[in-house]
Design a protein around this ligand. Structure first.
Ligand code: NOJ
Length: 752
């Protein structure tokens, strides 16, 4: 560590010497180059780049024309700070990196340190370029919302936008300008810990929900004290991690890249996402960090992305263990030449870029193009005019009533009722409820992975939520821990269960069991939790299983033991009351899975939109069912919905026509509720084989009991029936297509 630090300090000193030597000359050059000096009161000449009224492109080129190479290279570099913002340590932290570094990952939960570092950048450097502060605001900054996988199950894009907007507000008011979110990696392997961070297995779902998140974070303008820049990650194919093991190489055919992994990115770039983070994985032999095809050809050239790409943590240096760079210098050269603009954390760019330019391996034009992208965001965020974060009272900045209300709403809508035999739920107000299990009174693990600045103390536990709803009806026993072999709590759990009418068994995963570097070989819960369930079942009391976890689980042994199963996910700070509301029937559950629950881990990968099989009736597993336990979009309600027939405005159209397909849905039960209608299409015969069905639209609506609503889908064949080839070209063929809702389908013929 120390050695690295000394090395870095030395390099910085050298760079600074260079910079100082270059300054006189470059200041002179810049004075010559400065095109339109502008006189303002008290400041005789305001350089163009400092003029808020000048167009951003003009400001960028003016600033670039004044910068030394070293100053430019620093803009391409990101380091970390704020791990400890104790006042006594601030000075130490400030001195670690040069004042004019491009960006920091900022770990503090308030703006004190940021403002001091910013003051140095703005006042004590030659050009006063403000620093960009980023942080992983994944599902909340201090107010922690349900994990993104849970949010996906809400199918409520407006609510996703709102929770991102609330998170952005807390973050920006606390000194963060940029979040490394949303993660829109299509993820179909529950063993991969990072499934928690995205919106599940489907490209369209990730695309639409990712775009909703981008809108929430960025709002209408980045130049606003409530908005932050978004970062799409991890570009691309990271969800394919082999065996669910993080950081491994991925084999993604060009076809799958285009039809499955790239579409969410394309949609979110169109939604205006400011930045992109490259992935850790090696894609078919070329690491994403140094992948010219994905970073430059696709992202920057085809999609005209004008934001910038940041590497993942130390990922430039990791090109060495990935086997494509001999040393840090070659790593810097390869990543930068591929189109990676900003180097996160490892310092390879800062150390070697200058030499690479001298050696002609990288051109000044390339450097300028990348720096321009980074400066653009700084201008867009208004950092040149408003570099500092104003100081706010904590009560107006974090954990406001409004934030918590949205967090609770999101928890409410993301809870999925997986099973409800004989309508055991909702529970009735006279029943004695034995609340058992390691999750029941837990707080820390409810936060989930990437908890931002969330604190266990902010969390309402399951038990606290239940107490408000059921009061003296509750009995409690822990039963066992999350893992280990200690069965000493079983006896008291069983005696508690026998005094009750129903057992509410709260099981789940610790928060660090999912997220980054949290792969598991099996997605079953630890044996001790299954053992406890088996013991409790012997008491003969019906079990309602409540699960809090960051991935789909293998429930094949637990499911037969439980009469009802409620998937709470990791709900963040406000899950207790929504869960209690669902258990009591005050709230009608409306969540539906955005990821398949396999029957066993051995079925992985299993997802709804697999390609068609050569022998659909064969190739089944011989030892277990080939069907998942709970499929994509599964989720029960306390009411019933009856779906009428699909009807289409026309059954035969040309490729340029539009048609509308409709379906009436009636709430036929006794309770008002939200229902989500998922619209799929199927193209059974095409020049490229396609998935069995593909989600193309979803819509969630409130239906009063007895009410019928007409759901409709306006289809544009070129958008909704078309497909994409392995070169990224969209095409549409004539022939038969099916529009599918639940078990209903209607055939549409597309003619030339
Ligand atoms: C590594 C993770 O892969 C990425 O998602 C995160 O944004 C960065 N570290 C920064 O913390």
């Amino acid at each position: 560590m120390k050695k690295v630090f000394i090395k870095k300090t030395l390099v910085f000193s050298l760079l600074l010497l260079f910079a100082m030597a270059g300054q006189a000359q470059s200041a002179e050059t810049s004075a010559k180059q400065s095109k339109t000096p502008h006189k303002t009161k008290g400041n005789p000449i305001t350089p163009t780049y400092k003029r808020a009224d000048a167009p951003i492109d003009t400001r960028i080129s003016d600033l670039l024309s004044r910068m030394t190479l070293e100053e430019k290279i620093l803009q391409l570099s990101q380091y970390i700070t704020g791990l400890n913002d104790n006042v006594n340590n601030i000075g130490k932290q400030e001195d670690e990196y040069p004042n004019n570094v491009g960006s920091y990952i900022y770990f503090s939960d308030n703006a004190k340190l940021r403002n001091e570092l910013q003051r140095r950048a703005v006042n004590e450097t030659r050009l006063g370029i403000p620093i960009l502060f980023g942080f992983d605001v994944i599902h909340g900054f201090r107010t922690i919302y349900p994990i993104p996988l849970a949010q996906g199950c809400s199918w409520n894009t407006e609510l996703i936008s709102q929770s991102c907007a609330m998170s952005a507000r807390e973050a920006r008011m606390s000194g963060t300008d940029w979040t490394f979110s949303p993660m829109i990696d299509v993820a179909r392997d529950g063993r991969w810990g990072r499934v928690a961070e995205g919106y599940g297995e489907d490209p369209y779902t990730n695309a639409v929900m990712g775009a909703a998140a981008v809108h929430g974070y960025q709002g209408r303008s980045l130049n606003n004290t409530s908005n932050v820049a978004a970062c799409l990650k991890h570009f691309v194919g990271y969800g394919m991690s082999e065996g669910g093991r993080d950081y491994t190489a991925t084999n993604v055919s060009r076809q799958s890249l285009w039809d499955t992994y790239l579409p969410p990115y394309e949609m979110c770039i169109k939604a205006g996402a400011a930045t992109v983070m490259s992935a850790f994985n090696d894609i078919n032999g070329v690491p994403a960090t140094a992948n010219h095809y994905t970073l430059t050809e696709v992202l920057k050239k085809r999609w005209n992305f004008d934001g910038f790409v940041v590497s993942d943590w130390n990922a430039v240096e990791q090109l060495i263990p990935q086997g494509v760079a001999a040393n840090r210098k070659e790593a810097a050269s390869k990543a930068f030449s591929a189109g990676l603009d900003m180097d996160m954390k490892d310092g390879c760019y800062q150390e070697h870029m200058s030499d690479l330019v001298k050696e002609g391996k990288i051109t000044l034009q390339q450097i300028d193009a990348s720096v321009a992208r980074i400066l653009r965001l700084k201008f867009q965020l208004g950092l040149f005019e408003n570099p500092y974060t104003p100081s706010y009272k904590e009560s107006e900045r974090i954990l406001r009533t409004e934030d918590k209300r949205i967090a609770a709403r999101m928890a409410e809508e993301s809870i999925v009722l997986l099973k409800n035999e004989n309508n055991l739920l909702p529970l009735n107000k006279n029943q004695k409820i034995a609340v058992i299990g390691p999750m029941a009174k837990d707080k820390e693990n409810m936060l989930g992975s990437w908890k931002g600045h969330g604190r266990a103390g902010d969390v309402e536990s399951i038990y606290e939520g239940l107490e408000k709803e059921f009061g003296s009806q509750l009995l409690y026993a822990a039963g066992c821990d999350f893992d280990g072999e200690d069965t000493s709590g079983f006896a008291s759990a069983c005696s508690t269960a026998s005094q009750a009418d129903v057992v509410l068994l709260c099981l789940g995963e610790k928060r660090e069991w999912s997220g980054e570097n949290a792969s598991r070989s099996t997605i079953a819960l630890p044996h001790i939790q299954e053992q406890l369930t088996t013991e409790l079942q012997k008491c003969g009391k019906p079990i309602v299983l409540v699960l809090s976890n960051g991935r789909p689980l293998e429930l094949c042994r637990l499911e037969p033991l439980c009469k009802a199963i409620v998937e709470l996910w990791q709900p963040g700070i406000a899950g207790g009351t929504p869960l209690a509301g669902i258990l009591s029937g005050r709230i009608n559950p409306s969540g539906k899975l955005c990821i398949t629950f396999p029957l066993t881990s051995g079925q992985i990968p299993i997802y709804y939109n697999a390609r068609q099989s050569a022998r659909p009736d064969q190739g089944q597993y011989q030892d277990i069912s080939t069907l998942p336990l709970y499929e994509f979009t599964h989720g029960l309600s306390y009411t019933t919905y009856s779906y009428g027939n699909l009807s289409a405005s026309t059954m035969r159209i040309t490729k340029n026509d539009k048609l509308t397909v409709e379906i009436p849905v009636t709430n036929t039960g006794d309770m008002d509720g939200y229902e989500t209608v998922h619209w799929f299409i199927s193209d059974p015969y095409c020049s490229i084989s396609r998935p069995i069905k593909e989600l193309k639209k979803f819509e969630k609506r409130f239906l009063k009991k007895g009410e019928t609503a007409l759901f409709s889908f306006e289809i544009e064949p070129k958008r909704d029936f078309s497909y994409i080839n392995d070169n990224g070209s969209r095409f549409i063929e004539s022939g038969d297509y099916y529009v599918i809702v639940k078990d209903k389908r209607i055939k549409i013929e597309v003619v030339d």
